[in-house]
Design a protein around this ligand. Structure first.
Ligand code: UDP
Length: 465
C-alpha cells in the first residue's frame, strides 16, 4: 500500500531515495546514478549527512527540499539527514554513522511519508551497511551501489567468506589467484584487507556490507560488463555462499545535460577549461590525487619540481588543505606554464583535447573517468582499492605506466615522458581510445549499462503500480 501511495503522491512517478556515505568518491557516483534514474522517469531524492548537505549547497549550489529539478522524464531533489555531525576524524565519523545514522535515516524516511512523498525504493552504499536494514524495517525494498570495481568486490567477497588465503603482507613474491583476475601480489590487493591497514573502522563497515549484501534486492556496481566481464562471470561460479548477481550500471560519468546538477564539495575553479583551450592538443599533464589522499610536504615538493621538470604545461589540483605545502616561489616560477587549482571540473578536463595524460591516484571514479575519456595515465596509487585499480589500468588495460613511492622528481618526469612520448605511448593511447569507445557505448541509449538502469526503473514502476 505504501508504494501505491508513493506513485500517486509524486504525480504518478515512484519516489526513490538514495542515501550516500559522506565522501566525494561516493557522492559523485551516487549522484550520477540518481541522475540516470531520474532521467528515466522517477522522482529521486539524493541524501547524505547534514555536513555533506552544507557543502553541496555552498560549493555546487544545490537547493534543499521542494520539488527539485526536472531531469529527463523525472526529477532530482536533495534532502539531508539531520545528524548534526561536523567532525573530520574518520574513526569518529564511522562511530557516529554507526550509532546515529540508522535513527536519522529512519526519520528521513518518515519525513518523506509525512510530506506525502513515501519512498518506493532505497539505494544505499557500502560504507553505510545499515541503510538496507532501516529500509527493510520500513517495508521498503532496497538496492546497493558498490562504488568500487567488480574485481575489488570479488576480493572482499572471497576474503570475508574465507574462500581464499591472502599471502602474508611481507611476502612480496607470493601471488594471490582469484577466478577471472590476474595473479596479484600483496601490493595489488586493497590495503583495507591487509593487517597494517590503519582504517579498521572502514574495513569493518565494508565487511559488514559484504556479509549482509543479500538483504538488498539489487546490487549495482559502478563498472560496465565489457570492462570486467571475466570477474563478473567468475563470481557467478562461486557456489558457497553464492554472491548476488552484480548489475553493472557504469561508468557513472557525466552525460550530456547532466552538468546542471553537480556534487562538488569544493567549488571547482572556473577557469580550467579556458586555460586548456589555449593549449595545443595532447600537450597538458593533468595531475590530481582525488579528494582524500594527502601528500607530505616533501612529496608535494617532489611532485612540484617533477611536474615543472617535464617541460610540459600542467594543470595540478592541490586542495586547499595542502596549498601551504607548495615550495616557496613555485607558483611564480611556473606562472604561464603551470596552473594550480584547489579543485577542477575533472570530467570536463579529462575530455579536453589539450590533455595528454592524467597523473592519478587511481581512485575508482578517476579510473573510470579516464577510461571513458580515453586518456593515458601515470598511476600513483596510495592505499585502499587504488592499488588494485592501478594494476588494472596499467597491466590489464595497457593504458599507462606506474609511478612508484618514494616519490622523486626525476621519476615523475620519466613517468610522464613514458606515458606521453615514450616508445609505448602510441599503444597506450590506442588502448585508451578503444576503452573510451566501449565505456561510452555502455552508457549510451541501449548500451549494456543503460539497459540495466532501464530494467531497474521499469521494475520499480511495476512494483509501485
Ligand atoms: N574530482 C574533481 N575535481 C578534482 C579532483 C577530483 O571533480 O579536482 C572528482 C573526480 O572526478 C572523481 C572524484 O572527485 O569523481 C574523486 O573520486 P575518486 O574515486 O577518484 O577518488 P577519492 O577522492 O575517493 O580518493
Amino acid at each position: 500500500a505504501a508504494t501505491v501511495t508513493a506513485a500517486a503522491a509524486s504525480g504518478g512517478a515512484p519516489h526513490l531515495l538514495l542515501i550516500c556515505f559522506p565522501g566525494q568518491g561516493h557522492v559523485n557516483p551516487m549522484l550520477r546514478l540518481a541522475k540516470r534514474i531520474a532521467a528515466k522517469g522517477l522522482v529521486v531524492t539524493f541524501s547524505s549527512t547534514s555536513a555533506i548537505g552544507a557543502k553541496l549547497v555552498e560549493s555546487s549550489g544545490v537547493s534543499v527540499g521542494g520539488d527539485g529539478v526536472p531531469l529527463g522524464g523525472g526529477r532530482i531533489r536533495f534532502e539531508f539527514l539531520e545528524d548534526g555531525f561536523d567532525g573530520s576524524d574518520l574513526d569518529e565519523l564511522m562511530r557516529h554513522l554507526g550509532t546515529a545514522g540508522p535513527a536519522a535515516f529512519a526519520e528521513l524516511l518518515a519525513r518523506q511519508e509525512a510530506a506525502g512523498r513515501p519512498v518506493a525504493c532505497v539505494v544505499g552504499n557500502p560504507f553505510i551497511p545499515w541503510a538496507v536494514d532501516v529500509a527493510a524495517a520500513a517495508g521498503i525494498p532496497s538496492a546497493v551501489l558498490w562504488v568500487q570495481s567488480c574485481a575489488v568486490f570479488s576480493l572482499y567477497y572471497h576474503r570475508v567468506h574465507g574462500l581464499v588465503e591472502f599471502p602474508p603482507e611481507d611476502d612480496l613474491d607470493a601471488r594471490l589467484t582469484l577466478p577471472g583476475l590476474p595473479a596479484m601480489s600483496v601490493t595489488d590487493v586493497p590495503s583495507f584487507l591487509l593487517p597494517s591497514n590503519p582504517y579498521m573502522s572502514l574495513t569493518e563497515a565494508i565487511q559488514q556490507q559484504i556479509r549482509t549484501i543479500d538483504k538488498a534486492t539489487w546490487v549495482f556496481v559502478n563498472s560496465f560488463t565489457e570492462l570486467e566481464r571475466g570477474v563478473v562471470d567468475a563470481l557467478r561460479g562461486v557456489a558457497t555462499p553464492p554472491p548476488p548477481p552484480l548489475i553493472p550500471v557504469g561508468p557513472l560519468i557525466e552525460l550530456e545535460g547532466d552538468a546542471a546538477v553537480r556534487g562538488d564539495m569544493i567549488r571547482a575553479a572556473s577557469d580550467c577549461v579556458g586555460w586548456l583551450d589555449e593549449h595545443p592538443p595532447r600537450s597538458v599533464v593533468y595531475a590530481s590525487l582525488g579528494s582524500v589522499v594527502v601528500l607530505s610536504a616533501g612529496e608535494v615538493a617532489e611532485m612540484a619540481h617533477g611536474l615543472a621538470s617535464t617541460g610540459r604545461p600542467f594543470l595540478w589540483v592541490v586542495r586547499p588543505d595542502s596549498r601551504a605545502l607548495l615550495p616557496e616561489g613555485f607558483l611564480d616560477a611556473v606562472a604561464g606554464r603551470g596552473m594550480v587549482v584547489p579543485w577542477s571540473p575533472q570530467e570536463q578536463v579529462l575530455v579536453h583535447p589539450a590533455v595528454a595524460c592524467f597523473l592519478t591516484h587511481c581512485g575508482w571514479n578517476s579510473t573510470l573517468e579516464t577510461v571513458a575519456a580515453g586518456v593515458p595515465v601515470v598511476a600513483f596509487p596510495q592505499w585502499g582499492d587504488q592499488c588494485t585499480d592501478a594494476m588494472f589500468l596499467v597491466d590489464e588495460l595497457g593504458m599507462g605506466v606506474r609511478l612508484r613511492a618514494p616519490l622523486r622528481r626525476g621519476a615523475v618526469r620519466d613517468a610522464v615522458d613514458a606515458a606521453v612520448a615514450g616508445p609505448d605511448a602510441g599503444a597506450m593511447r590506442s588502448s585508451a581510445a578503444a576503452w573510451s569507445a566501449a565505456a561510452r557505448a555502455a552508457v549510451a541509449a541501449g548500451g549494456s549499462s543503460d539497459r540495466h538502469v532501464e530494467a531497474f526503473v521499469e521494475e520499480v514502476k511495476t512494483r509501485a503500480a
